[in-house]
Design a protein around this ligand. Structure first.
Ligand code: ADP
Ligand code: MG
Length: 695
């Protein structure tokens, strides 16, 4: 392996490469576009495109692609080669500014949630110059936004970029009020911690449920699961270590700051955390990370499972979205700071987040809603489906004292005036980490822990940026008009905390008491995707997105429909796979075992009258009962599938949840009982024990 610093970002057309390869003027114009969003003039685009192509070809590329993030939640690409015929026998490698700036993939095969019906089926991809082009599989990948011809966003990236602009605008207003004249832009930063499972690839391929749906639809509990708690932070096995080494190298080449890798709670479960970056880059990088994890795993004879709940009975996988707000000159606005002014500014941003999260619990909840994540939220392993904020005792005590007009800790002084007095020091390392909170303050950032492992982080961050921008706008309006800035600031912090402190909860979020307490506090508890998504289109939410220019009304509706449809489709595929496995494998295997047992009984009796067959007979009786029961359940499941497709997308999603999924659970239960008594060599699939301890 070449040295890491040389390897790092070697497949990225980054600023260093641009500077080295572009004429000075072109480089300057491009930097201006990146920083200020100025459109590129065609001449400049041509020069950039040519330099990109030369660099790509030198690095072994033959093709280019516009790389985008449609609403499928994964990335899409359509490859074109650079070849350009100059006569009937010769080609040269060509790439124009036009090809760089705009692409026209056929939009009609991507989900558009009704936008397609009213607008043209064609869509286009537009270069996002804020995200560097890179090389993947000998192809130059150009990060792009994907829109319809009417301009509606058909992807996850466009609204994310818009939300970043929204929070930038409002946060800058606040900073100016605090006398900051240097910051030119405020960005949100994200470091997503990614969980995943690694299992042996040959075993993976033997499970149609894993291949089709990403999770096991059947599987009896193995004798050993995660109860010994011996996997978390355990020694990394050689095969996994080799995978991680390879993965790191591939990620580093793409400029992805892969930093921490360790074993997670469940057997075969691991985590990768990158160092944080700007949100849109983090979103690109997380998509790439997931894709490359799968590829590198395959190279090592492994399968990387990114599903939220690949195995019942052991922990599922999530993604912790560490989020903060920072200026372009490197100041983290959620860092408490030392001076009175920094503290005051911190408190204002802090209560803005508290207010935003309380006001928009629905949007945060639905941004992480998916069929896969329904298995985690509220299931005693991930944070509950109820949104709350963990602040820690110190910070809560400070806010409580502000609210109650009491001075915190320093008794000899008057009541604390924000912006004038020094705040009591806040603990820098938040050691009292609360792992059960869905949204935890961890010293200088918030950790949103409800994300499922497969989800694109674009949507949750689009929500966070937008809802915080909305609150900051209100504050900025008030503060700009205030006669006495400090007084108004104190009032805002006091009132905001007073009105929204119900969202703060520092206790154990996994308990039933919290569920009851949250209900008393009036917090939302949206148990499933089908329950959460309808909130997307509430008039106040549509207004919010429109107001900040993040999503137009049609875009909100289309997104809601797409997510509901995805949910219904996912469960549909799971149900079909289940029926298929029961009829084709599980019942026949049980039958074969019963046949052999029966023959054994007969043979044994014929051989010698005194020989008894207690085990065979008991098992036969039990298995034949269970077989009949499974047959009955699977027929009900088939009926439930036949009953799909009625009503609105919302009604269909509810049906999937209440009827289809409920029947899948029943079917599985019987099949798992069968698995427990069928002889190992008869069982058609690798068992949980085989899968979880396969590497
Ligand atoms: P932990 O104890 O949870 O591992 P770390 O400090 O190592 O905490 O951070 C976990 C993740 O949070 C990493 O991806 C890290 O880069 C990210 N992170 C740290 N600071 C910030 C920040 N200001 N904004 C966004 N993410 C951050
Ligand atoms: Mg963490």
């Amino acid at each position: 392996m070449s040295k890491v610093p040389e390897l790092f970002s070697s497949l990225v057309f980054n600023e260093t490469v641009m500077k080295a390869r572009l004429p000075k003027d072109t480089f300057k114009a491009l930097m201006k576009t990146r920083k200020e969003g100025q459109p590129l003039v065609p001449d400049v685009a041509n020069v950039v495109a040519n330099a990109m192509k030369d660099w790509a070809v030198e690095n072994g590329c033959t093709h280019f692609t516009h790389w985008f993030q449609p609403m499928t939640g994964i990335t899409a690409e359509k490859h074109d080669s650079f070849i350009y015929p100059i006569d009937s026998e010769k080609v040269i490698m060509e790439f124009s500014g036009k090809e760089l700036i705009k692409g026209e993939p056929d939009a009609s095969s991507f989900p558009s949630g009704g936008l397609r019906a009213t607008f043209e089926a064609r869509g286009y991809t537009a270069w996002d110059p804020t995200s560097d082009a890179f090389i993947k599989d000998d192809t130059l990948c150009i990060p792009t936004a994907f829109c319809s011809y009417g301009g509606e966003a058909l992807d996850k990236k466009t609204p994310l970029l818009r939300s970043m602009n929204a929070i930038n605008k409002q946060a800058l207003r606040i900073l100016r009020l605090f006398g900051n004249t240097t910051a030119q832009r405020v960005n949100t930063t994200v470091g997503p911690e990614q969980e995943y499972f690694l299992i042996d690839r040959d075993l993976y391929l033997k499970r149609r449920d894993l291949v089709y749906t990403g999770r096991t639809l059947f599987g009896a509990k193995p004798p050993k699961g995660q109860e010994m708690e011996d996997h978390y932070f355990g020694v990394i096995k050689p095969r996994v270590k080799a995978f991680m080494k390879d993965l790191d190298e591939e990620l580093w080449k793409l400029g992805i700051l892969a930093k921490t890798e360790h074993n997670e709670v469940a057997p075969a479960q691991h985590e990768l955390a990158p160092i944080f970056t700007g949100t849109n880059i983090a979103a690109d990088h997380n998509q790439l990370t997931m894709e490359i994890m799968k590829k590198v795993a395959a190279k090592h004879g492994l399968a990387c499972l990114l599903h939220e709940k690949p195995f019942d009975g052991v922990n599922g996988s999530g993604k912790h979205n560490n989020w903060s707000i920072a200026t372009d000159d490197g100041v983290n606005l959620l860092d408490p700071g030392d001076s009175p002014r920094e503290n005051a500014q911190f408190l204002l941003f802090l209560v803005a987040v508290i207010e935003a999260v309380d006001e928009h619990q629905d949007l945060l909840r639905l941004s992480v809603a998916s069929a896969g994540n329904d298995h985690r939220l509220g299931a005693n392993e991930a944070p509950p489906a109820i949104i709350s904020i963990f602040l820690g005792d110190e910070l809560t005590a400070i806010l409580d004292s502000i609210e109650q007009g009491k001075h915190y800790a320093q008794k000899d002084k008057e009541v604390l005036t924000i912006g004038v007095d020094e705040l009591p020091p806040l603990p820098k390392d938040a050691t009292d980490r609360n792992r059960t909170s869905p949204f935890a303050f961890t010293g200088n950032k918030f950790e949103f822990r409800m994300l499922g492992s497969t989800v694109s982080i674009a949507c949750p961050n689009m929500m966070l940026n937008t809802i915080v921008a909305d609150v900051l706008e209100k504050y900025a309006d008030r503060l700009e008009k205030a006669k006495d800035f400090t007084k108004e600031l104190n009032t805002i912090v006091h009132d905001a905390y007073h009105a929204h402190k119900r969202i703060v909860f520092n206790g154990d979020g996994y308990t039933d008491e919290w569920v009851k307490e949250a209900k008393k506090r009036g917090l939302l508890n949206l148990a499933s995707t089908a329950d959460a998504l309808p909130y997307y289109t509430l008039p106040e939410n549509v207004k919010l997105f429109e107001h900040h220019g993040v999503l137009a009304k049609d875009e909100v509706y289309s997104r809601c429909d797409i997510q509901l449809e995805n949910y219904t489709k996912q469960l549909h595929i799971e149900a079909l796979t289940m029926v298929d496995m029961v009829y084709k494998d599980i019942l026949p295997s049980a039958g074969k075992y019963m046949k052999d047992l029966s023959e054994e009984v007969v043979t044994k009796a014929a051989a010698c009258a005194e020989v008894t067959s207690a085990f065979e007979k008991d098992t036969l009786k039990e298995l034949s009962k269970l077989s009949d029961a499974l047959y009955k359940e699977v027929k009900v499941l088939q009926k439930a599938i036949d009953g799909e497709g009625k009503g609105s997308v919302q009604e269909q999603a509810q049906y999937s949840r209440n009827t289809l999924f409920a029947q899948m659970e029943k079917t599985r239960k019987v099949a798992d009982e069968i698995e427990q008594i069928v002889g190992k060599s008869y069982w058609p699939y690798p068992t949980y024990g085989d899968l979880l301890f396969s590497v």
